[in-house]
Design a protein around this ligand. Structure first.
Ligand code: PLP
Length: 422
């Protein structure tokens, strides 16, 4: 058997696998040309200008077509899109919103910024929200008014189970697809199963404009509210948006989350590259899945609810305990295979910012609302997330990896596992 790099052998990869910015890695002449067009037309604003290029509009049309939904709205970030989604759904002070225990800060942060409070729901073996725990928590707490589910690192969560539970309890669903743009479930794009889907185009996401976000929906009323909230409470272009929303009845105060034409121009080009990015990453992902499940049948892979639906931007294995996970990470990193624990192996509610119920506001607002059911941020509220997160090892996959790289990575994973853990 080969000598692993940790024990002095030659690493399987000649240099470390890039961090996970697929879209940025393929950014180039197309994006540059589009940016120049906006600058030379001197029209960087989406709603008026000197020689308008309508690139945000074009991106919204392309994105809606790609996702196969009625409406798409470009915004400044996915955090903004989550905030807009909460306000479209009329979530605010005195409301609770269910979020998965394992997610990025922004999912629960946008709930607090909307003046509501997060209720954390446990995960299943896919590291997505567990429908059974959602059912339990919605059943026990009628103050939960919406659910945000998250498709983490390219894997769709148990959409069938989650949507059915939310329907049963009559609670709207937002899909946070920040990390999984282009992933799908049973032939339909993630983000189009719930009432609203939100996406991120920040640097670390699948396609990128540095910063940026989008919101999709099929519901004209939710869309009209979203457009209003993202633009000071007004709808500038009712005809383009195709919504009737009389000012006297519908208007309310909003913010400014409008997308710039520079961002729109870059995203038109990035979106055109998305299918190729996914195809390349999926090829590597599928080789890893096949090789590892053949050669290490005892090693648990992260559960994937639709084998054809992953975006392919990451691959994860589940060791039997934390010590073994740390040994794998050390061994893999020595092979130049980037490997890590997601969010330092800790569910989001374990962070001090939630344990101490901190917000930017005075007097404990919005947490101090006299809820019927007190919030529970104890370990017992999400035991599976506590147990699973420190033993799930993630490896990023980027579109610049070749099939040969995938075979080398598989060889590295197999030999590190056999050497260190058998
Ligand atoms: C990155 C991320 C966000 C926030 O996206 P921004 O565009 O950076 O605001 C939200 N949710 C998840 C799951 C993310 O990973």
């Amino acid at each position: 058997m080969r000598k692993i790099a940790l024990h002095g052998g030659t690493p399987v990869m000649s240099s470390p696998v890039n961090a996970n910015y697929p879209g940025a890695l393929v950014m180039g002449a197309e994006e540059a040309e589009s940016l120049v067009k906006i600058a030379t037309a001197r029209s960087p604003f989406r709603y008026y200008g000197i020689d308008m290029q309508h690139q945000v509009r074009r991106f919204e049309e392309d994105f809606a077509a790609y996702m196969d939904v009625r409406y798409a709205l470009g915004v400044t970030s996915c955090t903004a899109a989550l905030h807009v989604a909460m306000k479209a759904l009329e979530i605010g002070y005195g409301d609770k919103v269910a979020v998965p225990a394992m997610t990025f800060l922004a999912t629960a942060g946008a709930v607090v910024a909307s003046n509501a409070v997060p209720v954390f729901v446990d995960v299943d073996d896919s590291i997505g929200m567990d429908p059974a725990d959602l059912d339990r928590k919605l059943g026990a707490d009628p103050e939960i008014r919406a659910v945000i589910i998250v498709h983490l690192l390219g894997y769709p969560c148990d959409l069938e189970g989650l949507i059915a539970v939310a329907k049963k309890h009559g609670v709207p669903v937002v899909e946070d697809v920040a990390q999984s743009c282009g992933s799908s479930y049973r032939g339909r794009r993630c983000g189009t199963f719930g009432d609203i889907g939100v996406y991120s185009f920040q640097m670390n996401k699948i396609i990128t404009s540095g910063e940026g976000g989008a919101l999709v929906t099929n519901d004209p009323r939710l869309f009209a509210r979203a457009v209003r909230f993202h633009d000071q409470g007004i709808i500038r272009d009712k005809e383009y948006y195709g919504v009737s929303s009389p000012e006297e009845e519908d208007a309310f105060i909003g913010l400014n989350y409008r997308m710039s034409e520079f961002t729109g121009a870059v995203l038109v080009e990035q979106l055109a590259k998305l299918d190729d990015l996914i195809k390349n990453m999926r090829e590597v992902h599928d080789i890893l899945v096949h090789r590892i499940s053949q050669q290490l049948p005892d090693l648990q892979l992260r559960r994937l609810f639709d084998a054809d639906g992953a975006a392919g931007c990451s691959f994860a294995i589940q060791l039997s305990n934390e010590t073994k996970a740390q040994a794998m990470i050390e061994g893999l990193n020595a092979e130049n295979i980037t490997a890590y624990l997601l969010y330092e192996g800790k569910p989001l509610f374990k962070r001090d910012i939630f344990q101490h119920r901190r917000s930017a506001e005075k007097h404990g607002f919005p947490y101090h609302y006299p809820f019927q059911q007190p919030l529970d941020y104890s370990d017992e509220s999400c035991l599976k997330a506590i147990e699973l997160s420190p033993r799930t090892v993630f490896m990023p996959i980027v579109p610049t990896l070749t099939k040969e790289d995938a075979e080398a990575m598989a060889k590295g994973i197999v030999s590190v596992y056999r050497t260190l853990l058998k």
